[in-house]
Structure formats: C-alpha cells, structure tokens
Design a protein around this ligand. Structure first.
Ligand code: FAD
Length: 326
C-alpha cells in the first residue's frame, strides 16, 4: 500500500499530505490520521484525485463538512479527499412572467463542496424558495445529498428540490441523473449504497419574496437555538428517529418516533464516558466535552442503544456515519 500512496502523492503534488490528522476536519473533532489527504478546490481536481486513486486501487473517502461522521481513532487508510469545490451558477428558468413576477421554476447549480448555508443564503437573496428552512444546517451540498438532510418543522428534505445531478460512478463513468435516481427517503439516498460521488447538483427553486424566505429561515435558526445545545462540539443527532410504523407496533410512549426522547427517558441525559457526554440539553446529541476519543463515543452510543432496547424494546440505528479504523 505504501508504494501506491507514494505514487499517488506524486500525482497529486505537494498539496497532498501524508498522515494528516482528520479530527480537525470534523465537527466532532475526533479521528486519527489519513494515509494521504488532499484538499480539492475545483471539480476537476476532485475528479482527477478520485480517478487517479481508483487507477492505483487506493481506497477513497470523500469528506464534506465532516458534520455527520465519526472517524475512528486509528484514522483512515487510503486517500481522503476534502471537497472544497464552491461554485454556484444560475442555470435558467422554466415558466412565465405575470405582473412582473416570475412563475414556474428557476434552476440553480451548485458544486457538491458548496456549504449548504452559503447556498441557502444566496438563493434567498435571489428570491428563490425551497432551501430556506435549512439555514443553520452544517456541511456541504454533497453531504446533504448523501444523507438527504432534513428539517423537521415542518418536514422538508434537501432532496425535495433536487432536479438533477452529475455523478461519478465507482467504475469511473460521469453521468447526469435525475432526482429519481437517488430514491430519497428519511436519512436515505441511493448513493449510500451505490458509492457514487456527487459532483454537481441542479436545484429547481420557486420564485418567492425574499422577506418571506428570510422569515422562514430565521424561524429555523431560532428553533435550532432553542432546541439544540449551542457552542458545543458534536456531530449533530446520533441516532435516527424510528418509523411511525415501529412506534405504533412497539408501542413507544405516546407513539413517539423521537430517538432523543427514548434516550432521555432511558435515563441517559448527561451520561459520560471518558471525554464524551450525552448532552444534558438534547439527548440525541453526543458532545465532545473533553478531548473525547472515538472509542469513548462508540461506548456511549452502545450504552444508549442497549438501555433503550432494554427499556422500550427499540433498537436505534445510527444517523452519524462511522468511518475508518477504530
Ligand atoms: C450542530 C449540528 C446540527 C445538525 N443539524 C442537522 C439537521 O437539522 N438535519 C440534518 O439532516 N442533519 C443535521 N446535522 C448533520 C449534518 O450536518 C448533515 O447530515 C450534513 O448534511 C452532512 O454534510 P457534510 O458535508 O458535513 O457531510 P460529511 O459529514 O462530510 O459526510 C457524510 C457522508 O456523506 C458522504 N459525502 C460527502 N460529500 C459527498 C459527495 N459529494 N458525494 C458522495 N458522498 C458524499 C461522505 O463520504 C460521508 O459518508 C447536524 C450536524 C451538526 C453538527
């Protein structure tokens, strides 16, 4: 492997770094070193890095904003590519003009490394609706496509307004695919299984008054401030909420689907393992309180899962993606 890493390093040039600690590229601030790390600034750099690594059979991991991952303490083998692509382009409109107001859809294309918050702000400023409720969502557009990231008040998903995307398949084909390809669902997107890399996404947005959009966006941010722990180091929600069907069949108290409620009522708010703690404010958040290791976090996850199973008969699935060697 080491010879291949050296070969890949030569191809990628001096910006490729060996044994780069990954903790600093994640919101959890947890994780060991990557054999090789490369920060891709353009779509071309991103594609070339992936193609070169595949040619050498070096495993690849694409890192977006690192806001939904738990990287193992022993780090990641192969190449980790940080996606720092950042272009946003207007691609035109479909519809008509009525009384000076555009109707129909406006198409906006974003590279997958664009920060969701930047895209939300820019589209609101253009008077384009569909993403405004996601203001405050950390991470990149690519990460949001992988997770089909969501806002729950009221229920909306980033995938709802996807029109089409350009992907690079694991066999190296560049394809343009429509929204249907992704089979978006709750925390679900087909690329979790296919392993495609998303390069660019076109969103179909609806002309709406800027004032209305800012009002919705600001309400989302205010609700986040009220309901989520602030100023802490975390990867957001640890567990996925359960389905309505499961909540009814178990049944859970008041048929709740909330993973946070179950962890809380299993008595785990504030529980600590090493440097990791279940937030005393929001039981579905694990916080890195004091130089937590991935091992601390995993232990806390397993403790919460076991307690919830014992108390409610529900096995919680993780929302946070575990990657690398633990
Ligand atoms: C404080 C806080 C609040 C949060 N609030 C929410 C919330 O309200 N709703 C919500 O849904 N989530 C929330 N999250 C979780 C997280 O922010 C989202 O899931 C986010 O969309 C992840 O994007 P990312 O770029 O950080 O992905 P990363 O964590 O970098 O990666 C996640 C996965 O996506 C893959 N990936 C990344 N880019 C690409 C690409 N271009 N092509 C293919 N695969 C790719 C990675 O390989 C990895 O497997 C929150 C997290 C935090 C820390």
């Amino acid at each position: 492997m080491n010879t291949k890493i050296q070969e890949l390093k030569k191809i990628l040039g001096e910006r490729a770094k060996e044994n780069e600690l990954l903790a600093r590229y994640t919101t959890f601030k947890v994780g060991g070193p990557a054999d090789l790390f490369y920060d891709a600034k353009t779509a071309d750099e991103l594609t070339q890095a992936v193609i070169s690594a595949r040619r050498l059979s070096v495993p690849i991991f694409i890192l977006g904003g690192g806001s939904n991952i738990l990287i193992g303490d022993r780090g990641m083998r192969g190449l980790v590519v940080k996606n720092s692509t950042n272009a946003i382009v207007m691609r035109g409109a479909k519809g008509s003009y009525k009384s000076g107001q555009s109707t129909g859809k406006v198409f906006v294309e974003a590279e997958s490394g664009v920060l969701i918050n930047k895209l939300v702000r820019d589209t609101i400023e253009e008077g384009l609706g569909g993403l405004e409720m996601h203001l405050g969502l950390p991470g990149t557009v690519g990460g949001a496509m992988f997770m089909n990231s969501k806002w729950t008040k009221s229920e909306s998903y980033v995938g709802d307004v996807v029109y089409q995307a350009t992907i690079l398949t694991p066999t190296g084909d560049m394809q343009t695919v429509s929204r249907d390809y992704f089979h978006f669902g709750y925390d679900q997107s087909a690329i979790q299984i296919t392993g495609d890399l998303v390069l660019k996404i076109i969103f179909a947005l609806t002309p709406t008054s800027k004032e209305t959009l800012w009002e919705i966006a600001n309400q989302s941010v205010a609700y986040r401030r009220e309901s989520q722990p602030q100023g802490v180091i975390s990867a957001g929600c640890t567990f996925r909420n359960i389905s309505k069907a499961e909540a009814l069949s178990v049944p859970t108290p008041n048929h709740t689907t909330s993973a946070g409620f179950l962890v809380d009522h299993a008595g785990l708010k504030g529980a600590i393992v090493g440097g990791a703690q279940i937030s005393p404010i929001h039981a579905n958040f694990i916080i890195n309180q004091n130089h937590a290791t991935a091992a601390d976090v995993v232990q806390l996850i397993e403790r919460a899962r076991a307690k919830v199973l014992e108390k409610f008969g529900v096995t919680l699935a993780e929302e946070v993606v575990r990657v690398g060697e633990f």
